[in-house]
Design a protein around this ligand. Structure first.
Ligand SMILES: Cc1ncc(C[n+]2csc(CCOP(=O)(O)OP(=O)(O)O)c2C)c(N)n1
Ligand SMILES: [Mg+2]
Length: 300
């Protein structure tokens, strides 16, 4: 398929605010998921604002030097939702925005579950329940070698059903890892049902407090509130920080919001046009065309 010479999704005006970074990320993620006929737009949109604030205002990283030794580490534990992370990394300059066109295609490094082959990505995930344990290890190693960098990790709520998380939740305060920040994308929906009907987590903030974490709750789409909370970590010396972010799955586009089906569904060309319209990005690209990938199953 010949690439269009001008593509308004790839050629969006550069973001000069965290809000614009989130909007560009959402638009590009929808385009990527639609082209690759893959999944997880709902979980990408619920964390888009959190990621945008992290990458615009919080994380000390150098896009021109992704392996900079003093960088803060960000670990996406809910690796299925990586489309919007790739879009934000590209916009920040870790790799060319044009490469987003390869997302999910055979042979591309932009795999549909997050891959450390991509500049700016620390750890490959997708099998849920591994990011927090890895983040604990990185934070402990920084502590033991007197490094000042911090470790941030993003978990999903359904992911907390994995028992490995609860070992890590015990471990971090035991080792006084106040250089560790766990963000929970608390959108209340998993892949096949509501969190409350599959395995209730409430009262989630109290559970983390009982495990000796310092906890704050925030509206996960309020950039100012997110920025204020994450700028002030650690909130208590000697304790790891947990930001319980109340979010909406599919946030930002009316027909995607709080809809279980949009965990797995890929937008067709007409739906993509509607999404981009709601986000304020006109689609003239024909971008809903699927990436030719003969015989490849839809990514789950
Ligand atoms: C260990 C493991 N089991 C099952 C899956 C399949 N799977 C993909 S996403 C998902 C759950 C999605 O819900 P949630 O964790 O709440 O993520 P979000 O709502 O943020 O998309 C599951 C079970 C997986 N990726 N890893
Ligand atoms: Mg969820």
């Amino acid at each position: 398929m010949a690439e269009p010479t001008s593509n308004p999704v790839l050629d969006l005006p550069p973001a000069t605010s965290s809000e614009a970074l989130a909007r560009n990320g959402r638009a590009r993620a929808a385009w990527m998921v639609s082209r690759s006929n893959s999944s997880h737009i709902g979980g990408a949109y619920s964390m888009a604002d959190l990621l945008a604030v992290l990458y615009h205002d919080i994380l000390k990283v150098r896009p021109s030097d992704p392996a900079w030794a003093e960088r803060d580490r960000f670990i996406l534990s809910k690796g299925h939702a990586t489309a919007v992370l790739y879009a934000i990394l590209a916009e920040r300059g870790f790799f060319p925005v044009s490469e987003l066109a390869d997302y999910g295609a055979n042979g591309s490094r932009l795999m549909a579950h997050v891959s450390h082959g991509v500049p700016g990505v620390e750890f490959s995930t997708g099998s849920l329940g591994h990011g927090l344990g890895f983040a604990c290890g990185r934070a402990l190693s920084a502590r033991r070698t007197d490094q000042a960098w911090r470790v941030f990790t993003m978990l999903s709520d359904g992911e907390l059903d994995e028992g490995s998380n609860w070992e890590a939740i015990l471990f971090a305060p035991q080792h006084r890892l106040d250089n560790l920040v766990a963000i929970i994308d608390y959108n209340q929906i998993q892949s096949l049902g509501d969190v409350s009907e599959v395995l209730e987590l409430a009262p989630l903030a109290d559970k983390f407090r009982a495990f000796r974490w310092s906890v704050r709750e925030v509206d996960g789409h309020d950039h100012r509130a997110i920025r204020e909370a994450l700028s002030a970590v650690p909130w208590e010396p000697g304790r790891p920080s947990c930001l319980v972010a109340r979010t909406v799955k599919g946030k930002g586009v009316g027909f995607l919001e709080n809809q279980l089906l949009w965990h797995y569904r890929a937008p067709n060309a007409a739906q993509l046009g509607q999404i981009l319209g709601e986000l304020g990005c006109e689609d003239r690209s024909g971008g809903g065309d699927r990436v030719p990938s003969p015989g490849a199953p839809a990514v789950k």
